[in-house]
Design a protein. Structure first.
Length: 405
């Protein structure tokens, strides 16, 4: 008979041993699969966090004369890991077809001005992103969206302005632009300001506009502050160093990665536990499977001696034992996949029970099955080699003489 025929006949004849080996390999493969499912889920979550957590480096000029120009911003966008640059600047302008809100009787120039604050994206790095201001109606200024202005509701009421109306502002040099109102906001602290505060410093007279409109109004546009977003929070120190080398001492640099660092802690804890569990599973798997097969090899010495006396080669004996283990191993892989698909939801709930700030999407994927098959297969091969080592090293005559004796 061929070695594979003998292997199948042995498994059918020794059902109890086959079942025990199946249970052992099923447990080992299930543990390996569960560990890799969680490890891959944590890695996927880490990548998603890196892209969406808003980790950034904020650059603010030390002096108003040292503004950051467009050529420098283009170079910053090309730096490794940079995914977005939000440009921020502000300036005082004159209202043309509306009046500023003021309670002061001052005749100073600042009491006749309003403040323009320009952004690429008003949802980031503004009083709206930290919830100090709230949009009442309309839309925010975002990159690629409609150009326009977002104004305070007090300024809108005082001048009878509504969304869709055009408001004009101008500079001391005579430049004037018309901006469409696209949103109205409320700060909540409009009534808590001093009456002596000049108009240019009042919240009601803050007008948020897009950077394109701002560039139409001012001839030499530069930015006092920019926020550089990165997709690699772990490399933020490298980015800071590159920005320092590029801009020198003109800017103050601060980082905003605290949220990512806080959420990274439970992920790292899960990874450490899973890696430890995986190492334990691999070591225990090799040890237990090897001991089990070694015990069975001792009881099969007479059978192996008969095969050798019949002229069977050691290679055929090895292939028979390997085929027996491989068949049981494949059955255990199939069973582990069924268990793993059912355990994915349970593991997700258990992991999220203590800390709900990080959401792990635990699911059975093809790469997890492939990894389990490789790791479990290595365990099976090593165990078979260990159990057959005494027989493979021994001289066939010695094996036969021991059985005769």
């Amino acid at each position: 008979m061929k070695f594979y025929q003998l292997a199948f006949r042995y498994l059918c004849r020794k059902k109890s041993k086959t079942f025990i080996l199946l249970l052992v390999l099923l447990f080992i493969n299930s543990m390996i699969l569960s560990s890799y499912m969680i490890l891959h889920a944590t890695e996927d979550t880490r990548i998603t966090m890196q892209e969406k957590m808003g980790t950034k480096v904020v650059l603010e000029v030390k002096e108003s004369s040292q503004i950051i120009i467009e050529n420098e911003i283009s170079a910053i966008r090309d730096l490794d890991g940079v995914i977005y640059v939000n440009r921020l600047t502000s300036n005082a302008v004159y209202p043309v077809n509306f009046n500023p809100v003021t309670n002061s009787d001052s005749e100073e120039e600042n009491n006749w001005k309003v403040t323009l604050l320009s952004y690429d994206d008003l949802d980031r790095d503004s009083a709206f992103s930290d919830l100090r201001y709230r949009l009442m109606e309309g839309n925010m200024i975002t990159e690629g969206a409609e150009k326009g202005a977002v104004i305070d509701f007090v300024l809108a009421d005082a001048n009878g302005l509504e969304i869709g109306d055009e408001m004009k502002v101008g500079t001391e040099t005579g430049n004037v632009i018309s901006i469409k109102i696209i949103g109205v906001f409320v700060a909540g602290s409009e009534r808590n300001q001093m009456d002596t505060l000049p108009a240019v410093n009042r919240i009601e007279n803050q007008i948020f506009i897009d950077n394109e409109s701002y560039m139409e109004l001012f001839d030499d546009v530069g930015y006092r502050k920019i926020a550089v977003y990165t997709k690699n929070p772990d490399q933020i120190d490298v980015l800071v160093q590159e920005l320092e080398d590029f801009l020198g001492n003109r800017v103050e640099i601060t980082t905003a990665d605290m949220l990512y660092r806080q959420l990274e802690v439970p992920l790292n804890r899960i990874v450490r536990v899973m890696k430890l569990m995986l190492i334990f599973t691999l070591v225990a798997g090799v040890t237990i499977t090897s001991l089990l097969l070694c015990m069975w090899m001792r009881s099969r010495k007479r059978e192996l001696a008969v095969f050798i006396s019949m002229g069977k080669r050691k290679t055929d004996i090895f292939m028979q034992i390997f085929m027996e283990t491989a068949v049981v191993f494949c059955m255990s892989v199939f069973g582990a996949c069924i268990i793993g698909s059912g355990m994915a939801g349970i593991m997700k709930k258990l992991l999220m029970e203590e800390d709900t700030a990080v959401l792990l999407s635990v699911s059975l994927q093809a790469r997890d099955i492939a990894t389990m098959f490789f790791a479990g297969g290595c365990i099976a091969v090593i165990a078979v080699c260990i159990s057959l080592l005494p027989i493979l090293k021994a001289n066939p005559k010695d094996i036969l003489s021991k059985m005769e004796g």
